[in-house]
Design a protein around this ligand. Structure first.
Ligand code: MN
Length: 204
């Protein structure tokens, strides 16, 4: 592939109001996400990794030379994680998943409400900056956990299908220290059709 570029938001900056505010979306996408990409490109430009899909770099982190591995992990992770984050949200979304994904959530977590509770606990329980993740494991089953910083589930061989950014930059302007309220409101903007699509693709 060609050099990675910043994907545009798939909706307007104010489209996730009132749950996620316009100013946060501007800063989060245009400044934070852009900076992760810029720092990644600075480290890999002129190397054999320049045109490799950043997701692939994260999957093969052990093959990245030690000198730039930390940058790929942190900034490549930041780039790939946020690219997914914008996609799994949408305006006028939320609700409940359907079809195979709903069945898989029932099987793995004992129902959608139980899943929500466990996922929210993982997001709230991430000490400091990080993400809560819903992933497809090697055997096709679902699992959830939190990871610090911008660590990607791809680096453990898992396929992320839903991620919640709990870095303060994701919510502090609107929610200040109230991370739990941000997490509770976030369910209103989840694009379950997209999550179902990623789930299907990950199991192929
Ligand atoms: Mn973020």
């Amino acid at each position: 592939m060609a050099k990675a570029v910043l994907p545009p938001l798939p909706y307007g900056y104010n489209a996730l109001e009132p749950w996620i505010d316009e100013q946060t979306m501007h800063l989060h996408h245009d400044k934070h996400h852009q900076a992760y990409l810029d720092n990644l490109l600075k480290a890999i430009t002129g190397t054999e990794f320049e045109n490799v899909d950043p997701a692939k770099l994260l999957s093969d982190l052990v093959k990245i030379p030690e000198k730039i591995r930390g940058i790929v992990r942190n900034h490549g992770g930041g780039f790939v994680n946020h690219s997914l984050f914008w996609e799994v949200m949408a305006p006028k979304a939320g609700g409940t998943p359907t079809g195979d994904l709903a069945k898989a959530l029932d099987k793995a977590f004992g129902g959608f409400e139980a899943f929500k509770e466990k996922f929210a606990a993982a997001a709230a329980g991430q000490f400091g900056s990080g993400w809560a993740w819903l992933v497809v494991k090697h055997d096709g089953s679902l699992a959830l956990y939190n990871l610090p910083n911008q660590d990607s589930p791809l680096s453990s061989g898992d396929h992320p299908v839903l991620g919640l950014d709990v870095w303060e930059h994701a919510y502090y302007l609107k929610y200040q220290n109230r991370r739990a309220e941000y997490i509770a409101n976030w369910w209103n903007v989840i694009n379950w059709d997209k999550v179902a699509e990623l789930y299907k693709a990950a199991r192929k």
